[in-house]
Design a protein around this ligand. Structure first.
Ligand code: NAP
Length: 284
């Protein structure tokens, strides 16, 4: 029951009506017996500062941040976690004593996909497909897990080079165009391959990233961040080559679970969050 002491959480974005977070977070809050409620909060694209300061001043406990505000919100915050600073994007804000701290739980979420399968990353050779926002989180997650190298495959060489340069001090990071023979060579010897483009996502389920599947190392672990469909064509073909595959479901549930922990200090039931997510995806 919502009472006068119920604490408020939410997600800000534009648009935000499609977000599955209210369903997942409220299920977990209810399950944990916590007196919080989580709502979708549509914010006009030109009204971010007044909305964020208004939420803070109205006593909200915290909120998630989605497109298009993940970077724009940074100057409004009092502090950032290391992950948020490195990725230069915030997806979770915790408000305590009037101060707002920005976090990025995508990194923890991304790494949970490997941890769940007990796949160690130290010393592994990684290939990343794509250089957008999710790729940044994945790249930082791989580097802070001490992989030996990351080769990024891109269609836009300048964007790939900029991403590699940003993380050059953190490890061996190189970016190549998908057509470059150096990219195909990296794929052949990769232990870990992470697909971060939207190619293959519902409704374009027959699309594939521009990768030569014949070059894929059959002993590689192949991770596609997409969660609809549960198995993309890319993952299906990788599995057919003998690769172990991971989809984006655990990442999505685990980034939400980490936000929940940051707000409440309680670890939610991840299995319940995943199950709620699957049900919500079937209904959406
Ligand atoms: P984004 O910032 O738009 O980046 C997309 C990347 O894919 C860019 O590098 C883009 O290339 C590349 N790309 C797009 N179309 C391409 C094409 N036809 N050929 C080659 N490259 C192409 O998007 P994002 O936020 O990173 O999200 C990417 C995917 O990750 C989405 O499917 C999203 O659902 C998924 N995701 C999942 C989770 C999770 O929790 N499981 C979390 C975040 C994201 P350019 O740089 O050249 O534009």
């Amino acid at each position: 029951m919502i009472t006068g002491t119920t604490k408020l959480l939410g997600v800000i974005g534009a648009p935000v009506g499609h977000s599955l977070s209210p369903v997942i977070q409220n299920a977990a809050l209810h399950d944990a017996g916590l007196d919080y409620v989580y709502a979708a909060l549509p914010v006009r694209a030109d009204a971010l500062p007044s909305a964020v300061y208004g939420l803070r001043d109205a006593g909200i406990a915290g909120f998630n941040v989605t497109i298009p505000f993940k970077t724009e919100i940074i100057p409004l915050l009092d502090d950032l976690s290391e992950d948020a600073r490195r990725i230069h994007a915030v997806n979770t804000v915790v408000i305590a004593d009037g101060g707002m701290v920005g976090y990025n739980t995508d990194v923890v979420g991304f790494l949970a996909g490997f941890a769940e399968r007990e796949i160690a990353l130290t010393g592994k050779k990684a290939v990343l497909i794509g250089a957008g926002g999710a790729a940044r989180a994945a790249l930082w997650g791989l580097l802070r897990s001490n992989v030996s190298s990351v080769v990024i495959g891109v269609r836009n060489a300048a964007k790939g080079a900029a991403l590699a340069t940003d993380f050059a001090a953190d490890g061996d990071v190189r970016a190549y165009h998908f057509d470059d023979s150096a990219f195909a060579a990296a794929l052949r010897f990769a232990d870990i391959v992470v697909q971060t483009t939207p190619m293959g996502m519902t409704p374009h389920t027959e699309e594939m990233p521009p990768v030569d599947m014949a070059a894929l190392n059959p002993s590689a672990v192949v991770y596609d961040l997409i969660y609809t469909p549960a198995e993309t064509r890319f993952l299906r073909e990788a599995r057919a080559r003998g690769c172990e595959t991971i989809n984006g479901e655990t990442m999505l549930a685990a980034q939400g679970a980490e936000a929940f922990r940051l707000w409440t200090g309680v670890r939610p039931d991840m299995e319940l969050m995943k199950q709620t997510l699957r049900t919500a995806l079937q209904c959406s």
